[in-house]
Design a protein around this ligand. Structure first.
Ligand SMILES: Nc1ncnc2c1ncn2[C@@H]1O[C@H](COP(=O)(O)OP(=O)(O)OP(=O)(O)O)[C@@H](O)[C@H]1O
Length: 241
């Protein structure tokens, strides 16, 4: 049995176009854990996700997926990961059914309409919407469709880039509940965001990224959520020293 952490960054450094974007970042995300990487614009959050997907190559250190260096087996890493970029990842001109069928096929999998319905039920995408093109969907509905695809692909790891930006408060709560349910079922979640409140609400652990360095870490303890005020103060650079 593979006991390695699903996700690990080891002294990860990254240079993009001559700029040091990540500088010695280390963290692990355990199976079933939700880890939120919090940081301001340009802190290096999206770059971190792209490195786990093998789209960016570390200039120092390494990233591992299920204990294997991504550099040594990009395909294995990508097979294990469902990635939700900030902008839509599915086709606007196709229905939810067509999108899921098409992207499953690309992933070398297939599902019956009933199986697709089960996944869409789990993410609570309304029945009436499923045969409509995604261009008529809200962002929340597109997110749900993308999560349903991850469920059908049976990927054990979810990478989420600013998953709740542009969602209304009700949709944010629904999305957080869904992510928590998935994590309780064993999914490992790495999300990046600049939403302090959302990160503290959903994550088991929050890491604070500033100018490419991990400068703080906060964990939920004794069943309590992470304290938003504490993290907000640290984010704003007002933490007690
Ligand atoms: N395509 C690119 N080529 C070169 N440098 C880039 C590229 N994309 C981003 N960068 C630089 O990398 C740094 C980190 O960007 P990244 O997108 O990872 O940050 P982020 O924390 O996700 O920011 P945001 O919250 O604004 O999305 C920034 O300084 C940015 O200018």
């Amino acid at each position: 049995m593979n006991m390695a952490s699903p996700l690990e960054a080891r002294s990860l450094s990254l240079v993009r176009e001559g700029n040091a974007v990540l500088d010695g970042v280390s963290f692990t995300v355990a199976k079933g854990e939700i880890f939120a990487l919090l940081g301001g614009n340009g802190a290096g959050k999206s770059s971190t996700l792209l490195t786990f997907l093998g789209f960016l190559e570390p200039s120092g250190g390494e990233v591992l997926v299920n204990g294997r260096s991504v550099g040594s087996d990009v395909a294995a890493a990508r097979n294990a990961i469902a990635y939700l970029p900030e902008a839509a990842s599915l086709y606007a001109h196709m229905t939810a059914y067509e999108n899921l069928d098409y992207f499953l096929d690309l992933a070398g999998k297939s599902a019956t309409k009933d199986e697709i319905d089960v996944a869409l039920d789990r993410v609570a995408l309304p029945n009436e919407a499923r045969s409509r093109r995604l261009q008529s969907y809200s962002k929340g509905m597109r997110q749900k469709s993308a999560i349903a695809l991850a469920l059908l692909r049976e990927t054990p790891i979810l990478l989420l880039d600013e998953p709740t930006s542009g969602l209304d408060p009700v949709a944010i709560d629904e999305f957080h509940d869904l992510v928590k349910t998935l994590a309780e079922g064993g999914q490992t979640v790495l999300m990046v965001t600049h939403d302090v409140y959302g990160a503290c609400q959903v994550a088991d652990r929050v890491g604070l990224l500033r100018h490419g360095k991990l400068v703080g870490s906060f964990a939920a303890e004794n069943g309590q959520r992470i304290d938003t005020e504490t993290v907000h103060a640290a984010f704003a650079g007002r933490e007690a020293t």
